[in-house]
Design a binder for this molecule. Structure first.
Ligand code: ME8
Length: 629
């Protein structure tokens, strides 16, 4: 029996959770459950990253304080984790007192080491990524990672001597070649460090929402130093009650998305070296879920909400799909069709059929009795179990589940070959069915980290005592009594499902049209016709009155790929000053026109109140140029 500590990233609270966040948390839960089943003392940490400019800005937009926003979004995370049966041991919030205390303690140690000094920083800074980028990486004023606009920031700042750790980090990577996983990512990290490390600015005076640097309180800590420390502050580092820290640190695996590898594999180990603390054993950078060829992310507006999928198909099904569908290290594309296909093939057909067929035969022929069996499947079962353990130790969920499914298919074949239905109530039939039942008990154990509900139901229906649900071994002693259960994973008729989905959509459109007709007696237009009108979000970056007009305002609008001049008749209601910085919807493909001699290349959309135009705003931040559909 060993110890196992696994963490997820702590998620930003400026967004509601989406399928990508669910994926990483399900992965971590999968490994945590596996280690608990193996008998390891396990600690599984998740939580939320609540400080920094990104959260502060979103809160301002929503008219909330940053803490109010955090409290609201944290609830959404916790609700989703509960629906997904996430068995975390602790949920850390960076606004927790225990976290602040721990972070300041780490910083004290870095100061003691002489690694912190005061200077000033100037450089391109991306607010969305909360990160400075080297000048050479900025293309057209946009950050290299996501193409967000960057601004040049100059301010007094405290620095961390990251450059001092260039050599120690490279030495560490050489002696721990599997520190970063999958292996290919280790090379990315190495080359980044070999390219040279500059000292890191770790405080800001321009940001107020964060942990204050105790040595100079007008400085707020860099959000990544604050955030990364969660992995030890949650264990009580820096407090009197630090037994968990003593027991579980260093962490076995920080599971993260590949987007934040540099922070975890370069900065975090350097901070820890400076603070004189041991380094984590592995950093695993998993691949992304994509939608429409892009990484699923709120700012691109292509996120999949896991909630309807859980409600329609259950948490077990969604968990299984995400773990099984793509290799952990690479990217995969989410589609409803792929989801239904996987459910039907693996769950309804392979596992579901095996279970229901077996339980039915046991009941029909032996009143459910599962006897000792003849041991004919034991060797195959134990062999695949060994392979499964290897895959699990290598952090390879897809491969581990493939091994189990290959065994399921062996069992289905075994039944077909032995035809127990053709030899009712014979010793041969009894042996065959009992043997398959014992194999299925083992399978349940192996799938329990992915599908805890289904696994528990199968073991119970086979009549095995809950106590046997803890040992990864071939249980041959117990005689049990199985009973039939209803279909575990009903097959989804794909055609029907998509027809229903379409008809739901059509109904909404029809309803909308009907209401439109009834209310306004207007002609309807087809969706294809509507699609000819290009609507886009644009950010107003400049506004001034058109001379001699009290109504017209000339706007310069950022659409991501270009800035456009658009004239709007909103000057009676709005002043130019209050328009700058607002993101509004525009008609993008309107033919150019001149209004009082000023060219206009598009039109702002507005509502109407007593004859005055009222501008429209988005509920969440959308990037300039994003399509409105
Ligand atoms: O980066 N596919 O938080 P975050 C797969 N607060 N996984 C995805 C994904 C996608 N499309 N999108 C997000 C932060 N993720 C920081 C972390 S840790 C000290 C601080 C997952 O809310 C993935 O695991 O942006 C990624 O690393 C994480 O969500 C980022 O969450």
């Amino acid at each position: 029996m060993g110890k196992f500590y696994i963490s997820t990233p702590i998620y930003y609270v400026n967004d509601n959770p989406h399928l990508g966040h669910a994926y990483c948390t399900i992965l971590a839960d999968f490994f945590a459950r596996y280690h608990r089943l193996k008998g390891d003392e396990t600690f599984f940490l998740t939580g939320t990253d609540e400080h920094g400019q990104k959260v502060q800005k979103t809160a301002e937009k929503e008219g909330l304080s940053p803490k109010e926003l955090a409290d609201k979004v944290v609830l959404r995370y916790k609700e989703l984790w509960s629906k997904l049966d996430i068995s975390y041991n602790d949920f850390i919030r960076t606004t927790d007192d225990r976290h602040t205390k721990g972070v300041l303690k780490i910083l004290d140690k870095m100061v003691e080491k002489g690694d912190i000094y005061k200077g000033s920083y100037e450089g391109p800074y991306c607010v969305s990524c909360e990160s400075f980028f080297p000048e050479k990486d900025i293309v057209d004023g946009k950050c290299p990672d996501f193409g967000h606009p960057v601004t040049v920031l100059k301010e007094e700042s405290y620095f961390f001597r990251l450059s001092k750790y260039e050599k120690p980090l490279l030495d560490f990577y050489s002696s721990n070649p599997d520190f970063v996983l999958p292996q290919g990512r280790m090379n990315e990290v190495k080359s980044f460090v070999e390219g040279g490390l500059k000292d890191l600015s770790i405080t800001r005076t321009s940001i107020h929402w964060g942990i204050k640097f105790s040595e100079d309180e007008k400085h707020v800590l860099y959000v990544w130093l604050d955030a990364l420390s969660n992995y030890i502050t949650a264990l009580g580092f820096g407090s009197e009650k630090d037994d968990l820290f003593k027991k579980f640190w260093p962490c076995d695996i920080h599971l993260i998305g590949k987007d934040i590898l540099r922070f975890h594999a370069v900065y975090w180990p350097a901070f820890l070296m400076s603070a004189g603390l041991p380094l984590p054993k592995h950093i695993f950078g998993h691949g992304w879920w994509m939608k429409d060829q892009s990484k699923m992310s709120k700012s691109l507006g292509n996120v999949v909400d896991p909630n309807p999928l859980i409600e329609e198909f259950s948490s077990d099904v969604l968990r299984y799909f995400l773990l099984r569908e793509k290799p952990i290290g690479t990217d995969g594309s989410f589609s409803d069709e792929g989801f239904i296909d996987r459910l039907n093939a693996d769950l309804a057909n392979d596992l579901g059929n095996l279970t229901s067929r077996l339980l039915a035969l046991l009941e029909q022929q032996f009143q459910g009795k599962v006897s000792e069996g003849d041991g004919s499947l034991k060797e195959t079962a134990l062999k695949q179990l060994e392979e499964y353990h290897k895959a699990m130790e290598n952090f390879a969920p897809k491969e581990a589940l493939e091994i189990v499914w290959s065994f399921i298919s062996t069992l289905n074949k075994h039944l077909v070959e032995r035809e127990p239905w053709a030899k009712p109530r014979t010793k041969e039939s009894e042996d065959t069915l009992s043997e398959v039942a014992r194999a299925l008990r083992l399978i349940s154990l192996q799938i329990a980290p992915a599908m805890p509900h289904a696994a528990g139901t199968i073991v119970k229906s086979l009549g095995f005592a809950p106590s046997t649900f803890k040992t990864f071994s071939w249980d041959e002693k117990q005689e049990t009594r199985a009973y039939r259960i209803s279909n575990l994973f009903p097959r989804i008729d794909k055609k029907e499902y998509f027809k229903e989905l379409e008809s739901k959509k059509d109904k909404t459109v029809e309803q909308g049209k009907k209401e439109n007709n009834e209310n306004h007696e207007q002609k309807t237009i087809s969706i294809d016709y509507f699609r000819t009108i290009e609507l886009k979000a644009g950010k107003i970056i400049h506004a001034e009155r058109v001379p001699k007009s009290n109504k017209l305002i000339k706007l310069i609008v950022d659409f991501g790929s270009e800035n456009r001049q658009i004239v709007a008749g909103i000057g009676k209601k709005y002043s130019p000053e209050e328009l700058v910085g607002k993101t509004c919807p525009f008609v993008f493909n309107l033919e150019p026109a001149k209004l009082m001699g000023v060219e206009s290349n598009g039109m702002i959309l507005a509502g109407n109140l007593d004859g005055e135009p009222i501008l429209l705003q988005f509920l969440e931040e959308v990037p300039p140029g994003s399509k409105i559909t």
